[in-house]
Design a protein around this ligand. Sequence first.
Ligand code: S3P
Length: 173
Amino acid sequence: MKSSENIVLIGFMGVGKGTVARELSVNLEKFNLDCDDLIESSLNLKIKDIFETMGEAHFRAIEKNLAKFLAKNVKNAIISTGGGFVNVKGLNKIGRVIYLKAGFDFIIERLKNSENSEKKFAKRPLLQDLEKARELYKSREKIYEKKADIIVNVENKTPKQIAKEIKKIISKS
Ligand code: S3P
């Protein structure tokens, strides 16, 4: 892959996109941009508050604008996305899309057992009702697979191992 091409990490909430992106950016000596962080800092509001005060549809519109911005202006970066960013138009124009894949129950169990677990659930409006979240997971599974250039199964692997695996795959392509 061209060295200036962005790497775009997609996958369900809590799968570890941000952690893996940070690991990868250290590994590949590239800057890491996190879509949710960019949206939060641009609106000076937390995602949770954007959902509460402006509604989900508004958040999705901002994601679409951000996708256009990234495709036009950013090169040579590791980009971690929110779980719903996969639905923006032109995702593949931003860069090489890597799907971090894990089962729903695995993700939820790991989140429950992680440090600051409560905060990790509280900051995600779409993880408040786990049955609804499971339905969302089911409806998104195929979309993630379809949009991905590369699929990496991340269950039972550390962020370091995952980053190493990604590095190996992209060095060959
Ligand atoms: C969302 C995922 C979140 C965040 C927002 C909506 C989603 O990001 O963008 O709460 O629709 O799946 P994470 O995937 O980092 O939790």
